[in-house]
Design a binder for this molecule. Structure first.
Ligand SMILES: NC(=O)c1ccc[n+]([C@@H]2O[C@H](COP(=O)([O-])OP(=O)(O)OC[C@H]3O[C@@H](n4cnc5c(N)ncnc54)[C@H](OP(=O)(O)O)[C@@H]3O)[C@@H](O)[C@H]2O)c1
Length: 293
């Protein structure tokens, strides 16, 4: 098997982390694309690009990730999150390539207080969650050569995410209200990118450890958005802005979010021998990269 890896949606949070990490893996050849170069909702464009570049592995980081906007843009959310994974899977099947696809904790309804395993029943409660679940299901109808990684509350130095929004609010405001009754695991995109490269090296390029399927990957430990925000302020040394905990019912949001969407990561840790950092340690690392402290 060659070691050519096509990354789609490479200008997003996860894509940027893969770009950064690839320098440490000169033996792997990465091709980075985003919508301007390869629109994954266009079957012809995908098939032509795949045929010309012949990757052994496709890592799909592209998605419609704005859950609020998805409520008003159902068609586009489904096109990117549901149709496109099927298009990529079909092109991978044609080229005998392996697909690594990223999914979400939002495939669950959150009506539990026990971490979700990969086999638990799904029941999305938002357009975004439904479109992500549909994407998973469509890949499964095409072929078996995939790994679907479900993750939660992704953040990084790049792009639009909760950590960056809280840092900006902390600089600009005296007081902010943050939801305290939704629980999950903040996940540093760099850790997820590291996990993807680990899986590529340990499993996909090594057929003796070939274990396709659905896996959960999040940082270890859990918190509410309020606790996450508090830790961001503490680590960044922000003391001039008060954080007030509020119930999600009081927060204006078109999209419904699961109350509890902690993912059980036992399967990925055991299958690939992967160690996963605690979210507080990874947050500290991310803030250090941004020159906080
Ligand atoms: N962010 C989270 O909190 C979170 C939580 C759980 C799971 N996930 C999943 O994790 C994965 C990575 O998320 P992320 O936060 O890194 O996403 P992101 O930062 O929003 O990046 C997604 C990238 O995909 C691009 N894209 C959109 N439509 C495309 C198309 N038709 N063809 C090619 N590229 C397209 C986007 O371009 P534009 O910006 O120009 O649209 C963007 O550069 C996604 O599958 C997401 O669903 C994310």
């Amino acid at each position: 098997m060659n070691s050519k890896i096509l990354v789609t949606g490479a200008n997003g949070q996860l894509g940027n982390e893969l770009r950064r990490l690839c320098k440490n893996f000169p033996g792997l050849e990465f091709i980075y694309t985003d919508v301007d170069m390869l629109d994954i909702t266009n079957p012809d464009a995908v098939s032509v690009f795949m045929e010309a570049s012949k990757p052994a592995i496709v890592v799909n980081c592209a998605a419609f990730t704005d859950a609020e906007a998805a409520e008003d843009n159902i068609k586009q959310a489904r096109k990117v999150n549901s149709l496109a994974p099927q298009v990529l899977a079909a092109a991978c099947a044609m080229q005998s390539a392996f697909l690594i696809h990223i999914s979400s904790d939002c495939v669950f309804d959150g009506n539990t207080n026990i971490p979700y395993t990969e086999t638990d029943a799904t029941n999305p409660i938002s357009v975004y969650g439904s479109s992500k679940l549909e994407g998973e299901e469509k890949i499964k109808t095409v072929f078996d050569d995939f790994i679907i990684l479900r993750t939660s509350w992704l953040y990084s130095e790049y792009g639009n995410n909760f950590m960056r929004n809280i840092l900006a609010a902390g600089r600009e405001k005296d007081k902010i209200e943050v939801v305290n009754d939704q629980i999950s695991s903040p996940t540093y995109a760099r850790d997820l990118a590291n996990c993807i490269i680990d899986i590529i090296i340990k499993s996909i390029l090594n057929p003796s450890v070939y274990v396709p399927g659905v896996y959960n990957y999040t940082n270890q430990g859990t918190c509410s958005w309020y606790e996450f925000a508090k830790e961001i302020f503490t680590l960044a040394g922000i003391t001039t802005c008060e954080i007030v905990p509020i119930s999600a019912d009081l927060y204006p949001s078109k999209a419904k979010h699961p109350k509890y969407s902690v993912l059980d990561t036992s399967k990925i840790r055991e299958s690939f021998g992967i160690g996963i950092p605690n979210w507080r340690d990874s947050l500290k690392e991310c803030l250090t990269s941004l020159n906080y402290k």
